[in-house]
Design a protein around this ligand. Structure first.
Ligand code: ADP
Length: 240
């Protein structure tokens, strides 16, 4: 088995002098599709910030594979209204995913331009490359942001509540795109999403967080747990 892309061993993350997430042990391997679930305030965003390197662990060990250390992680942030109105072309948004590696160079390299083109092709948005991002539909915007995230790395894609604001058929289209990248192109996926009903079908692993890890394992097993049953039964006030 290859080295995990990302591994947490008894990791804590927090702010100032208190820990919000404690004793998390889990790993993401090539081909994994992991969903983090839990109630609001359970620490999902904090864990995600930690995995992205925006917070330092206050305890335990977080290890990234050599590839991820070099390339960083492809991140699809939650869309804010300001981002939705961003006055740039699709191609400019996609290629900006290479910014992390550009350093102080004022221009994108030929290889970066090729990578942006390749990822627009991959997401079926090549014909939109000169369109203004803010004029796109919700689904086209998501495809643009996925292509952008894949410019950073196509090893691991982290998505924060990605279907918020999408209508049901656009959301299904989005899941198909992610499933294709995961199953056919071997992109590992880590997702926080409110949409548990779909997620247990899509993901192969679930991590249920409530400050500490309540469940971590195969999605099939999660469905049989008390947590999984309660949540899938449609209780309110939960988010995946
Ligand atoms: P979730 O994403 O599951 O809703 P969060 O990780 O956003 O949970 O929040 C978990 C806890 O951490 C909450 O009690 C919240 O108030 C606290 N928290 C979140 N962000 C910060 C911050 N920047 N500074 C201090 N506390 C924070």
């Amino acid at each position: 088995m290859n080295q995990p892309l990302l591994k947490c061993e008894h990791v804590d993350f927090g702010y100032e002098n208190y820990d919000v997430v404690k004793n998390v042990s889990m790993e993401i391997n090539e081909g994994d599709y992991l969903c983090i679930v839990g109630e609001n305030g359970s620490g999902k965003s904090t864990l995600m910030k930690g995995l992205l390197g925006l917070l330092k662990p206050t305890g335990g060990l977080l290890t990234l594979s050599g590839d991820l250390k070099k390339s960083g992680i492809g991140y699809l942030p939650q869309q804010t209204p300001a981002q939705k109105d961003f006055p740039a072309t699709v191609r400019e948004v996609v290629i900006s995913g290479c910014l992390g590696k550009r350093g102080n160079r004022p221009f994108y390299s030929g290889a970066e331009k090729e990578k942006a083109d390749m990822n627009m092709e991959r997401l079926g948005i090549m014909d939109l490359k000169k369109s203004c991002y803010r004029d796109l539909s919700g689904g086209q915007k998501q495809r643009t942001l996925i292509a952008r995230a894949l410019c950073a790395t196509d090893k691991l894609l982290i998505l924060d509540e990605p279907i918020t604001g999408l209508d049901p058929s656009t959301a299904q289209d989005f899941y198909q795109v992610i499933r294709h990248l995961n199953r056919e192109e071997n992109v590992a996926v880590l997702m926080v999403s409110h949409d548990i009903q779909n997620i247990v079908v899509q993901a192969n692993k679930i991590l249920h967080l409530k400050q500490t890890v309540q469940f971590y394992g195969p999605a099939e097993e999660y469905k049989k747990t008390a947590f999984g049953k309660e949540f899938l039964g449609g209780s309110n006030g939960w988010s995946c």
